[in-house]
Ligand binder design. Sequence first.
Ligand SMILES: Nc1nc(=O)c2c([nH]1)NC[C@@H]1CN(c3ccc(C(=O)N[C@@H](CCC(=O)O)C(=O)O)cc3)C=[N+]21
Length: 286
Amino acid sequence: MTATLINGKQIATQLRSELAEQVTELVSKGVQPSLAVILVGDDPASHSYVRGKEKACEKAGILSIVKRHPSSLKEDELLAEIDTLNEDSSVHGILVQMPLPDHISENAVLERIAVDKDVDGFHPVNAGRLITGKDSFKPCTPLGIMKMLEFSGVEPKGKHAVVVGRSHLVGKPVGQLLLNQDATVTYCHSKTNDLASITRQADILIAAVGRVNMIGVEHVKPGAAVIDVGINRLDNGKLSGDVQFDEVQERAGWITPVPGGVGPMTITMLLYNTVAAARGKMSNES
Ligand SMILES: Nc1nc(=O)c2c([nH]1)NC[C@@H]1CN(c3ccc(C(=O)N[C@@H](CCC(=O)O)C(=O)O)cc3)C=[N+]21
C-alpha cells in the first residue's frame, strides 16, 4: 500500500485564496485586516519564518507590520511595545516570534498580548478557553492539522489519535482539538515506555517531537493517517520532519510531507485567525 499524500501547500493555496476574498470584502467595508509581528534577535530560521508570514499576509491583502529588534532588547521594552500594539485599534493581531532570548520571559510576553489579538492562540486565557470549550483563538499549527484531516476526509470521531509530543504550542492543543472532535486521544512523550506499542494503535498519528527520523515504519499501523509536524534543519540545509517518510508512506493510509505539509498550513491559519480578529471574532466559521 502507498499512502495518499496530504498536500499542505495545495490546501494552503486554496484556503488562502478564500481568505483573500474575505479580506477584500472587509476592506470594502472600511476594515483593513492587519497583523503586527515582533521579532527579537538574529536567528536566521526565525527571520526566514517571519519573511514567510510577511509574504503570505501581503498576498492575502493583510497589512503586516514587522518590528525587528536586536537580541539586546530588554523585557520591559518588549512589554511596552506590546502595550502600544494592544491599544492600537488599527492592529487586529499580534504575534511575538518564538523563541525569545534567554533574558526575556516567554510567559510574561505571551500573557501581555491582548486576548482578543492573540492570533497565535498562545495566551493562557485562550488555552483555558480551548480546554473549557469556549470560543477562543486556536494555535495555528494544531488548527492547520485539523484542516488537513478535514480536507483529506479523515474523520477523528471514534478514532484513536496518538500525539507524540506534549508542548504547549503543538502537542497539547492538537490533542484537545482532536478530543473536541470525538477522537480517543493518547499523549506520548520522551518518557513513554515502549512508544511503538502505543503509536501502532493510532488511526491518526501526530508526530510533534522535533527529532529527525523519530517515527519509523515500526511505529505505524497500516492505513493510519500520519501527520508530521517536525521541522528539523539538516546539516545539508534541507528540511526534514520527524517521520521516515519513504518507509512510512508504504504502510500509512495518508501522510504529510516536510516541507510542503504542516508548515504552509500553520501560516495559513495565522492569516485565518487574523481575518477573524479583524471581524471581531475568534474564528471564521459562519
Ligand atoms: N509566535 C510564534 N508563532 C509561530 O507560529 C511560530 C513561532 N512563533 N516560532 C517558530 C515556529 C515555526 N513556524 C513555522 C511556520 C511555517 C513554516 C513553513 O512554512 N515551512 C515550510 C518550509 C520553509 C523553509 O523551507 O524554511 C514548509 O514546511 O513547507 C515553518 C515553521 C511557526 N512558528
